[in-house]
Design a protein around this ligand. Structure first.
Ligand SMILES: C[S@@+](CC[C@H](N)C(=O)[O-])C[C@H]1O[C@@H](n2cnc3c(N)ncnc32)[C@H](O)[C@@H]1O
Length: 329
């Protein structure tokens, strides 16, 4: 049972998270020019469940490609990771594809696995998925990526190396320069000899990409619109979801898919807890997520710029996608 100090700490953390959500929403929606919302807020309990459903869609090849690569190459990947290791996973989600890596590692050592996710419900699913594995101890951190990674790094014992997993091409949610900075921030927490397995979705024909983010049954549209439902629920927003349309664009120059929510009419929307009112023109959009696409050599260069050596790259042909292993130098 939680002590009263633990309960007070949890309540304090929840209040801080709500206040950060409120200020990020106001800042993004007041942005001159393009209005935007940070994609991390797509993942509340319903958003995480919808993301799991997206991964089952035939059009969303990313997840199965990442999974196929790990199923086929987990042993080879693990052989190249110096041990003994503790495993930290950034944005673990339900952890389904991580099983292959943990199984391969557990053949050589007992594994401490630390999934880190901003979504408590994703962590709960991860615990259900991987919490009973033999030779694996799981402790989840409901944290932002780098906060969680600091906490894991502080737990490692003398002689233990860290293996960081960043799967699902979640790096693609960062703009390219922010992605570079993120890898540098990860590297700064690591020590020489630690490793990073980075998944990246590769460039492919645009119609194939657009369909992956705009599936006919409308699951991704529901995932996207749920960010407005979350604002309604947590911040007293008054969005009418029927007044918005899910829009997917491919930016050829930035080589990224963008998800937007397009206003079907002129509208004004109150967000009561923020004391804020939003005005939208007909056709104006709120940008909710980017998913950058990469070239395999570009991925190796990204790691190189952040202080890593590439120790192997595995590419799925059916749905061009890469898993790249890096060693911190
Ligand atoms: C695209 S999903 C990928 C999930 C999983 N890795 C996979 O490959 O299926 C991104 C995950 O990162 C989490 N996430 C998003 N932003 C985050 C942040 N700033 N800090 C920690 N987790 C975050 C989300 O809750 C979600 O579970």
């Amino acid at each position: 049972m939680a002590s009263s100090a633990q309960m007070a700490a949890a309540a304090g953390a929840a209040t801080r998270a709500l206040s950060e959500f409120c200020s990020d929403v106001v800042m993004g929606l007041s942005h001159p020019g393009q209005k935007e919302l940070p994609s991390k807020y797509l993942y509340d309990a319903l958003g995480s469940a919808l993301f799991d459903a997206i991964c089952l869609l035939p059009e969303y090849g990313l997840s199965r490609a990442g999974m196929r690569l790990l199923e086929r190459h987990a042993c080879e990947i693990v052989e190249r990771v110096p041990g003994p290791v503790v495993v930290a996973e950034l944005g673990s989600g339900n952890g389904q594809k991580t099983r292959y890596l943990l199984e391969a590692l557990a053949r050589r050592q007992r594994v401490n696995y630390y999934p880190i996710d901003i979504s408590g419900s994703a962590l709960f699913r991860c615990q259900q998925e991987l919490g009973q594995m033999e030779m694996v101890s799981l402790v989840g951190f409901e944290s932002a990526y780098l906060d969680g990674l600091h906490k894991v790094a502080a737990r490692r014992r003398e002689g233990e190396r860290l293996l960081v997993l960043f799967l699902g091409s979640t790096i693609g949610n960062f703009d390219r320069s922010a992605g570079d900075q993120f890898l540098c921030d990860v590297r700064a927490i690591l020590r020489e000899g630690d490793s990073l397995l980075l998944a990246t979705d590769l460039e492919k024909p645009v119609p194939m990409l657009k369909l992956a983010y705009d599936d006919p049954p409308g699951v991704t549209a529901a995932f996207n619109k749920n960010i407005l439902a979350r604002i309604n629920m947590e911040l007293g927003g008054e969005f009418d979801l029927g007044q918005f349309e899910h829009v997917v664009r491919y930016d050829e120059i930035e080589r990224r898919i963008e998800m937007h929510l397009r206003s079907k009419a002129w509208q004004s929307v109150a967000i009561r807890k923020a004391g804020f009112r939003l005005y939208l023109r007909e056709g104006e959009t709120i940008w909710t997520e980017s998913s950058h696409k990469y070239d395999p050599q570009e991925v190796k260069r990204m790691g190189g710029r952040a202080g890593f050596d590439s120790a192997g790259q595995w590419i799925d042909i059916e749905w061009p996608f890469a898993q790249t292993l890096f060693l911190a130098i």
